[in-house]
Design a protein around this ligand. Structure first.
Ligand code: SF4
Length: 228
């Protein structure tokens, strides 16, 4: 079995980076979140539950949760024990229950029970960090935002789009290659590519349409050819 591949130590050129993103856009033209939701409140809760948990598992959990707590006002009054027992299968359920109930209370107190649509107000909600705020801004409000999760971080590094140490570094490097109107879509291209082809721990470079311009892909395929 091949050893873990280190990330490239040099960034690709801007032209190559743009070409990579254009190919990803072609590959995943209709990419969107796999989380089921029908309004910003539901999306915010679903994203909070999805930390360290699969979207499929979250989607199995949220219908009953949203039936019982259909909006922030209802969730703000929920008993923590009840919420915990409903979201237990998503993992980290003590912290997640505490956060979503506290966020709902903050939305009631500060925003009339609505999810705010600006970053500063979103990130001021309990348990809401930059990534969750970016997903909510991009997906629920169709604003220019690019969320960096573990897939996006890994794929962007393997492609040599960034050498960034933090998610914010990666966000800056990738968004610099795209017009603002594509930021919210690019997040989904990279996630889908990470789930389907550029997998952790081992990418499927042999079937990847970016392998001829990706520094990691070129290295992996050379190793396969030469055995070194
Ligand atoms: S060539 Fe390999 S490492 Fe590069 S994006 Fe494709 S699967 Fe990932």
């Amino acid at each position: 079995m091949m050893a873990k591949i280190p990330f490239p130590t040099k960034k690709v050129t801007q032209a190559t980076g743009k070409q990579m993103l254009a190919r990803l856009e072609e590959m995943y033209p209709n990419a969107q979140t796999a989380l089921a939701f029908s309004n910003p409140y539901q999306l915010l809760v679903a994203v909070a539950l999805s930390a360290q948990c699969t979207d499929a598992r979250v989607n199995m959990t949220t219908p009953a949760l949203f039936a019982r707590y259909p909006d922030a006002k209802a969730l703000a009054k929920a008993k923590l024990d009840d919420v915990e027992s409903m979201i237990k299968s998503c993992g980290f359920y003590h912290a997640k229950a505490r956060n979503i109930v506290a966020a709902a209370q903050a939305m009631v107190e500060r925003h009339g029970g609505e999810v705010p649509s600006d970053r500063v107000a979103l990130e001021a909600l309990p348990g809401v960090g930059r990534k969750t705020a970016s997903v909510v801004l991009a997906v629920a409000f169709e604003k220019a935002a690019f969320a960096v999760d573990t897939h996006v971080f890994r794929v962007a590094h393997r492609l040599g789009l960034t050498l960034g140490k933090t998610p914010l570094d990666v966000e800056r490097d990738v968004t610099a290659l795209l017009p603002r109107e594509k930021w919210r879509h690019a997040h989904h291209w990279l996630i889908l590519h990470g789930r389907q082809i550029c997998k952790a721990p081992m990418p499927l470079c042999g079937i990847c349409p970016l392998a001829d311009i990706c520094p990691t892909g070129l290295l992996v395929l050379k190793k396969k050819r030469t055995g070194r």
